[in-house]
Design a protein around this ligand. Sequence first.
Ligand SMILES: C[S@@+](CC[C@H](N)C(=O)[O-])C[C@H]1O[C@@H](n2cnc3c(N)ncnc32)[C@H](O)[C@@H]1O
Length: 259
Amino acid sequence: MIHQDSIDLMDVFEFLKEVKDKSVDLAIIDPPYNLNQGDWDTFKSHSEFMKFTTKYLNLVINKLKDNGSLYIFNTAFNSAFILSYLVEAGLDYRNWIVWYKKDGFSACKKKYVNSQETILYFTKSKKDFVFNCDDIREPYLSSDRIAAAQSKGILKNGKRWFPNPNGKLCPDVWEFTSVRHTNKKNGKTVKQSHPTPKPEPMIERMIKASSNDGDLVLDLFSGTGTTAYIAKKLNRHFIGCENNNEYYRIIKERLKNGN
Ligand SMILES: C[S@@+](CC[C@H](N)C(=O)[O-])C[C@H]1O[C@@H](n2cnc3c(N)ncnc32)[C@H](O)[C@@H]1O
């Protein structure tokens, strides 16, 4: 049996069998990337990885409400395949979000250093979905020009435009420093309890944009429970799973202590 407002210690496929169809408002999926970050992130081949990925995606699509939304993390390479799969499955493509991590995967000298991850944003319906664009506005960059525009406005195509006091609409390139980089001490990486936790403010943006108070958020590969923790903080309900005992204990503590 699965539990609402708690994360279950379960394999993803066992867990998804028990989730009611069309019950989820927002799915945030931070799955394996096939990058050997642990046993759970190691596959024999790209094709084995895609078999695993499409198997859980098929199930997740059925769990989404008709006005539900889905975000899925991965490498840019894998995301190209996942995007094509989701389009074929009939979901509505909204954005290819680039997370600029300010902390690359490696210092590779044979190509450009990889310092991004991809987040694909899809909705089930073309027209009927939640997107609270005003809740995730960002500060304007050109502060002098904006300050001047606040009084007189800026003339654009014959109309006077006044800046929004809450900032500009959120773009599709997101700058959030990785947790690994944030936690560095004297420039050195500190051993973390999980290899790939996601920054809280980034998950907060997704939940604020694509759900409302009381909605149900799915945290599928929960890891350290970042999505569940932020969902709880923002008064959303949540369900989710993680199959590693050690990470599961971290989630339990985090949800209990709120940090
Ligand atoms: C990328 S991490 C998620 C990190 C998380 N977003 C956070 O902020 O901490 C993916 C997680 O999926 C878990 N996992 C991998 N395969 C799984 C499976 N078949 N069933 C359940 N959990 C799985 C791993 O143990 C890992 O903790």
